[in-house]
Design a protein around this ligand. Structure first.
Ligand code: IMP
Ligand code: MG
Length: 183
């Protein structure tokens, strides 16, 4: 789905499909270099990180394993509740693994801080975070995120995996959702 086809629902396109791809190639090159000689496990957080995982993992030149975790922190609204629930756990054992968590967006940071603590208790050799988007002004907890795509304002955004009530995930760009859609 193109932004131009649903322009009534959007206020601004923040990051285009091309800008995303360019950034992911850049991040992938850093990740390749940082994990030379190490077995890397990419953990995607469902469902928002599906697109980032698909494009980031394919931009890597090294072998990686991929696993998924589903958590819920939002419910159906546009504000983080801070209450994290595991809906689907990992299939992999994290003991002695080098783990890179792949996320769509860091908003309050509450979901990730919870995940980082949870993963640390499973004995991983290392844990880092890669997030396509980050809203620095919305942070309630500081997350040490090694690989960040774009810092964006606090507006609610959709597209490239990010949804509002399960819609707009298949939008190619990342765009600010017009308030009339959720008001
Ligand atoms: P956090 O716990 O507040 O950092 O947010 C965690 C999750 O909320 C993210 O992984 C997203 O799935 C979702 N989220 C946060 N901000 C937005 C947004 O602007 N649009 C859509 N989903 C969002
Ligand atoms: Mg998410």
């Amino acid at each position: 789905m193109e932004s131009s086809e649903i322009s009534r629902d959007l206020t601004t396109v923040l990051v285009t499909e091309e800008q995303i791809q360019e950034k992911l190639v850049e991040l992938a090159a850093r990740i390749d270099a940082d994990y030379v000689g190490k077995d890397l496990l990419l953990v995607g957080v469902l469902k928002g990180a599906v697109m980032v995982m698909a494009d980031l993992s394919r931009a890597l030149t090294s072998h990686v394993s991929i696993d998924w975790m589903a958590v819920s922190s939002y419910g159906a609204g546009t504000k983080s509740s801070g209450v994290v629930q595991i809906r689907k756990d990992l299939d992999s054992d994290l003991t002695d693994r080098h783990v890179l968590i792949v996320e769509d967006i860091i908003d309050s940071g509450l979901t990730l801080s919870w995940l980082l603590e949870n993963f640390a208790s499973r004995g991983a050799a290392s844990i880092e975070v890669c997030a396509l988007l980050r809203k620095p002004e919305a942070a309630k907890v500081e997350i040490d995120c090694k690989y960040v795509g774009f810092d964006i304002p606090t507006d609610f955004v959709v597209g490239y995996g990010l949804d509002f009530n399960e819609r707009y995930r298949n939008l190619r760009d990342v765009a600010v959702l017009a308030p009339h859609v959720y008001a």
